[in-house]
Unconditional design. Structure first.
Length: 201
């Protein structure tokens, strides 16, 4: 009888652990897709390793697409939510909108829609902020950067203010194109995200 109770107890513990585990869905662009690198070097792969090392059972699904914009992410998100049923959605989009000079108001609308859709599915949301190089002009770069802080305040979502903090503007951490982070920068990208992401797991 004692053995039976022990076995039942272990089964309940395993069930509780499995119930607590969830899926972390990364919806991003080339930065999260590890453009120009082996995907095993990218910050998302490093996140998977960090989760396992720290005892989290959460699964990571990287749905990032190089070249994607906020409009593209918005169009893809409903199917991703239905397929993966994530507990947490990490939004890393907007860089390509900015590089193409698209309206910051449209970026804000697209990201707001994605936040609402993710929450309606029952997922938490983490927003990764982006900034543009100064050559895009003070007015535009300011309006672009403020999209993320406005959304974080309005929607009450956790925000990493600048995903590329400590990486952007450092040539030794960038690939030859000067746009995409090199392998040496991927650990810093994870460190930028981890303190805000961990409490959401």
């Amino acid at each position: 009888m004692r053995v039976w109770f022990l076995s039942a107890g272990l089964a309940l513990v395993c069930m509780a652990q499995n119930a607590a585990a969830g899926t972390v869905l990364i919806v991003g662009d080339s930065i999260s897709a590890a453009f120009g690198l082996d995907t095993r070097q990218g910050w998302v792969a490093l996140l998977e390793q960090r989760l396992a090392r720290e005892g989290f059972d959460d699964k990571v699904v990287n749905a990032s697409v190089s070249g994607d914009t906020s409009a593209g992410g918005q169009a893809r998100l409903p199917a991703l939510l239905a397929e993966h049923k994530p507990a947490l959605v990490v939004l890393e989009l907007g860089g390509n909108d900015g590089l193409r000079g698209q309206l910051s108001t449209q970026l804000q609308q697209n990201l707001a829609s994605m936040i609402d859709s993710a929450r309606a599915s029952g997922a938490k949301v983490l927003l990764l902020g982006m900034q543009l190089p100064p050559n895009y002009g003070v007015r535009y770069t300011k309006a672009f950067a403020e999209v993320y802080s406005h959304l974080a305040s309005e929607k009450k979502v956790p925000l990493v203010p600048f995903f590329l903090e400590g990486v952007g503007g450092h040539p030794e951490l960038m690939q030859r194109d000067g746009i995409h982070p090199a392998a040496a920068a991927q650990g810093q990208l994870l460190e930028n995200v981890w303190p805000t992401l961990k409490p959401l797991l």
